[in-house]
Design a protein around this ligand. Structure first.
Ligand SMILES: [Zn+2]
Length: 86
């Protein structure tokens, strides 16, 4: 049971939460020696700190829990070419 964050209707229990997830591209910067890499060398566990090369990836900006009716409207707008309803 939850309340739709767009229309305010209460969704009864037994219905899974529908999420509208808004993502935007995000550039991860290069970071030196931040990732720990563990590998086996001659039967001995060796830890080594390696660099994060950085790059591009999606970043979640917002998550909105909505009812089935609002999700259907959102999907129609996506199919029509509109991006977000927020
Ligand atoms: Zn709704």
């Amino acid at each position: 049971m939850y309340r739709c964050q767009l229309c305010g209707d209460v969704v009864p229990k037994g219905i899974n939460r529908q999420l509208i997830i808004v993502r935007e591209p995000y550039r991860h910067t290069y970071r030196r020696g931040v990732n720990k890499k563990i590998f086996m060398d001659k039967g001995k566990k060796v830890e080594k700190w390696v660099d994060d090369p950085g790059g591009y990836g999606p970043q979640i900006v917002s998550e909105t829990a909505v009812c089935l009716k609002c999700m259907a409207i959102h999907n129609q707008k996506l199919a029509a070419g509109g991006a977000n309803i927020q």
